[in-house]
Each structure stands twice: as structure tokens, then as C-alpha cells.
Design a protein around this ligand. Structure first.
Ligand code: PMP
Length: 293
């Protein structure tokens, strides 16, 4: 189906795209007050749907947002939206905004959250990236501090990531790494980061300032299955420069090899063997773990 014919779930109804509209007084629009999820569906299996929904409801709890659907109703709304759009593979975006209120910041003027589910085809990254790897940079904009806006909340306020993405583009690359105020590596604009050194896999602990990515967790599970030692350890840019391998993980990106950071070649400048093995194993499990539509 063409995207113009897409049916969008909006507050309990499936409506044509042209009718899927919310108020300009929605605090999601005015203040980025709300939360979201991005989920993949592979051959009729919604990958780790429950984990995504747990994260959504935890984000909601953290910002004192009442989602007007139970966990099971939300899961059903997502399945229904995927079915209505006849999608076997694609990308699902769930958005819960604070809802319509007055112009003040106080969310108490917003009586009901708006719930939106969009299911569409996925815009795949070019195969080139997986075959040859990505050149990235680190950027001056620091990751949001967990003490200010915790990156574990998948909030609609994505300006921090937008700035990072623009700084990447200004440097002529597609993605960038952030560090926190102490100089420890956090994550990319929309993905988690891993490095490999002497056959050990490392990823930063999320409390340094990163989203608890579902793909990150899946990769950690794959490491366990393959008996690759993995540790959540803080590391610096220097550690990335001298790593044997580096890769990024995310729902859209899956596993992307990184071959250069800030002009330093990583390893031999080619996608590393452990990165490639993890991508291969990851692509095997995505059709096994999740809810069938
Ligand atoms: N970090 C950020 C900032 C993200 O927005 C995302 C999701 N796009 C990720 C990491 C990866 O998380 P997941 O594997 O759950 O998609």
C-alpha cells in the first residue's frame, strides 16, 4: 500500500493519514511533552513488543503521564494498526503526547493524552554501510545529563539528538557519538555504541547518559549466547580510537560497523569480525522474539 493510503491509529480509531491530526495546543507540539517508541516488524513478528511497551510505560511513569490504555490494549492497538496496513515488515512509531491544554507549561491543563500509532514501511540503510562501515565523529554537544532530562526517558524532546545529528552532517558524516560532562562516551544521536578490544565487548553503562536500547539488550543476549565476554564499562574517546572494532545498535540501524572516528581508523579500517558475527546472529533472532500479527 502507498503511504498516502495509510491508516493511522488515533485515540481508539483508525483514520486516513489526512485525518490523523492533533491540536496545535497539544503540549507535545508546544513543549515536546510526551514520549514515544520505535519498533520493527520482521515478517509478521513485532520484535520484542513487550520490552518496547515496558519502556513506554516506564517513560510515562517517570514523567507522570497517564496513558489512557492498559498495556494489553496498547499492544492490541499496535497489532490492529499493523494489520489494517497489511504490513509484514516495517517500522512502527508509537507516540503518546501530553494532549491539548493551555499555553502554560503545567501539564495539569491537559486532561487527556493523545495516542498515535503509525505503521509504515521501513527506510532501510544502504547495504554499503553494512558492507564497508560508517565514518563518524564525536561532537561538542554533550548528551543530556541524567540529572536534567534522563536519556532513559524516550521523550518527545529530541532536540539534544537533533543537534548531534546536525553536527554530524556539518562534519560530512551520517552519525556522531556524544560524551557526557565527564568525557565518557554515551551513545549516538539515535543508537547505542559498543567497542571490541582483545575479543571483549564493551558498552557504556546507561546511567552515564544513554537510552536503554532494546537492540543493545538483544546484542548483549547474543554475546552471552556466543560466549563472548561483555561488560558495561565507562570508556572515553581515546578507548574508542584504540579499539579493535566499534559498532552502533538501534531499531532502525540494527548493527552498523564503524570504521573511523574523528579521523582515527578503527582496527584495520574495515568492519570487524565480531561486529559481523553479531549482526548475523541478530538478524537470525529478530523473527523469533516477539508478537506475531
Ligand atoms: N539511543 C537513542 C537516543 C535512541 O533514540 C535510540 C532509538 N532510536 C537508541 C539509542 C536505540 O534504541 P533501540 O535499540 O531501542 O532502538
Amino acid at each position: 500500500e502507498q503511504s498516502a493510503d495509510r491508516k493511522i491509529y488515533l485515540n481508539g480509531q483508525l483514520v486516513p493519514k489526512s485525518q490523523a491530526v492533533v491540536s496545535v495546543f497539544d503540549h507535545g507540539f508546544l513543549y515536546g511533552d510526551g514520549i514515544f517508541e520505535g519498533i520493527r516488524i520482521y515478517d509478521g513478528v513485532i520484535f520484542r513488543l513487550d520490552e518496547h511497551l515496558v519502556r513506554l510505560y516506564e517513560s510515562a511513569k517517570s514523567i507522570l503521564l497517564t496513558i489512557p490504555l492498559t498495556f494489553d490494549e496498547m499492544a492490541d492497538a499496535i497489532v490492529e494498526t499493523v494489520r489494517a496496513n497489511h504490513l509484514q515488515s516495517g517500522y512502527i512509531r508509537v507516540v503518546v503526547s501530553r494532549g491539548e491544554g493551555d499555553l502554560g507549561l503545567d501539564p495539569r491543563s491537559c486532561p487527556r493524552a493523545n495516542v498515535v500509532v503509525i505503521a509504515d514501511t521501513v527506510r532501510l540503510f544502504p547495504q554499503e554501510l553494512y558492507d564497508h562501515g560508517l565514518r563518524i565523529v564525536t561532537v561538542p554537544t554533550q548528551r543530556n545529563s541524567p540529572a536534567a532530562l534522563n536519556p532513559q526517558i524516550k521523550s518527545l524532546n529530541y532536540l539534544n539528538s537533533v543537534l548531534v545529528k546536525m553536527e554530524a552532517a556539518n562534519s560530512g558524516v551520517l552519525e556522531a557519538l556524544t560524551v557526557n560532562a565527564q568525557g565518557y562516551v554515551c551513545e549516538g544521536s539515535g543508537d547505542n555504541v559498543f567497542i571490541v578490544k582483545r575479543r571483549k565487548v564493551y558498552t557504556p553503562p546507561i546511567y552515564l547518559g544513554a537510552l536503554d536500547g532494546i537492540t543493545r539488550r538483544a546484542i548483549m543476549d547474543v554475546c552471552e549466547k556466543l560466549e563472548l565476554p561483555l561488560s558495561e564499562t565507562p570508556f572515553t574517546r581515546h578507548d574508542v580510537y584504540v579499539a579493535d572494532e566499534c559498532f552502533l545498535t538501534g531499531t532502525a540501524a540494527e548493527v552498523i560497523p564503524v570504521i573511523e572516528v574523528d579521523g582515527r581508523e578503527i582496527g584495520n579500517g574495515k568492519p570487524g569480525p565480531i561486529t559481523q558475527q553479531l549482526l548475523k546472529e541478530f538478524r537470525k533472532i529478530v523473527r523469533e522474539q516477539g508478537r506475531r500479527v
